[in-house]
Design a protein around this ligand. Sequence first.
Ligand code: CS2
Length: 493
Amino acid sequence: MNETHPRLSMQVLEQLPQDVLRPTYDRKQIKAGIVHLGIGAFHRAHQAVYTDEILQAGAQEWGIIGVSLRSPDTRDALAPQDGLYTITVRSAVHEQVRVIGSVVQLLVAPENPQTVMDALCEPEIKIVSLTITEKGYCYAPATGTLDETHADVVHDLQEHNHPRSALGFIVEALRRRRQAGVAPFTVLSCDNLPSNGETLKRVVTRFAALRDPELAEYIAAHVAFPSTMVDRIVPATTDADRSAIVDATGVIDAWPIMTEAFSQWVVEDHFTSGRPNWEMAGVTFVQDVSAFELMKLRLLNGSHSTIAYLGYLAGHETVSDVMAAEGFARFIREMMDEEISSTLPKLPDFDLDHYKDQLIERFRNSSLKHRTWQIAMDGSQKLPQRLLGTIRERLAEGQSIDRLSIGVAGWMRYATGWDEKGAAIDVRDPLVQEIQARIAGQKTAAELVAAYCSIEEIFPRDLAGNQVFRACVERALQSLLEIGAARSVAQFK
Ligand code: CS2
């Protein structure tokens, strides 16, 4: 990065090259109406962009206060830039840089939980949205219920005023608002969980009940938790991306975001304290999001995780490398067509084949450099909604699960922590220690599958005890151990 270039800020906005899109609204007039918990790359490429568009169209009361629940990195990068950052939309043929202005303030919860709590209690805040990843929900992925032994939950049930988790902040802020006679905010989950609003409501009300059953009843009756389907592929930013932004704009952006052209947000229209006119920016509002959500979680994310584990094991660094390797694109498309589509509820006037064609094209986008290792993270939290639910439904109908089983076995092989050349894998997962303890000393496919299936947080009991499931996954893991991922996929018939 060339330090002689100026840093992105309001001051240099005017000097940017003409083809760089930028906010033309008066940012000083923007009031915060949303607090967003978990201001990572995904939020900045997705909800913040839709919101930037409605600010651009003249709405002034929907600025975003971005909160990091753990690290100060985002604040450190964006605060010196007046909250501004660039997103670059990369397709095979085109690249468009745009400056986003919707984030008006950045907070770091561990540094100052009180400021975050105060922001959450402001009557002007009508929406609290979240992208905290699956593990941020402090729940057991297999059942979707609160993990009452989770260290953050235990902590937050004691320290009401200085919580660590999103749940702790939300519950205490709702309590304070109620006490002060301020209407509750709407809580908007934007993570890839099944029925994300309902799931969040379940864990929030359970957490509240452990504090005060009456507060839990109030939340259950008066707070809206619309479910959403969010979709945009956002690879982690690299130093090469930072340099590319200096070249394209002449300014330094400490944390630029790279993404694809595709973007989708489907939201249940249940906001008790009002909401932005996000439909102007292309958001689809519906009564019930579940069919969209299942389609996206199972087809996109289910394929993504399968590509990530098998692709990583086969030695591929990015999703597009995997898609270019022999047999993979065919395998993934067949998995969608033969084993996933039948489990999806029909959406009226929706062309599912076109959706799947688009997915394959998106995965092939070689300008994105989406690392298999990135998607492989947190597998224990992702597997249930991405692959296991689909498998369960297929089994109930007596249908085949051969390809889905290779995806699950791919995760099991990956989570052993050793790749096909005998090198260590940096497995990132909140359950990594438990996984390592369970599989220690297990060698054969049958032993490993039995050990993994004993982890109840991941595998629901009925599935873990299902003989067809066990046999299919064992066969798949056997193949991965014997001939490796590339050949297992290429030879798949
Ligand atoms: C990916 C998702 O990292 C992952 O687990 O599968 O982040 C995926 O890119 C998004 O859900 C796309 O909308």
